[in-house]
Design a protein around this ligand. Sequence first.
Ligand code: ZN
Length: 131
Amino acid sequence: MKRVILDLLKDCYEDEAAHLELRMIRDAQQPRFEALKESHPEIYRDFMSARNTWHEILLRNRRKRVDILTKIVEGQIGSNKLEIICDSCKKELEKKGGLLFGPPDSNDMAKKTHLCVVCYEKIIGEIVRRD
Ligand SMILES: [Zn+2]
């Protein structure tokens, strides 16, 4: 999912770069464009009207996409949630806890048990003798 979001964000920045290219062309053509005001006022008017309507809609929608996508990406990257449940107390781990591995089964696979810090301390205190 993160990959898809980052791809969409990349497209938005590509749009932004394309838009800057268009603006450079526009600026280079500015004197000729201004001359249209006199020679072909209807063309000038149509261009200005498109710039202030359709063009603004494109810009506004792109800004909205960038905002939403950025929030999603930051939310995912900024989240420190481990999304691991302690197998003893069933609460979500807030920081990294302990792991308990069982003996390997016939496929050489060991069962892994997650423990939060509190449960780890309780359990290790019961099963390990520290004389
Ligand atoms: Zn626990």
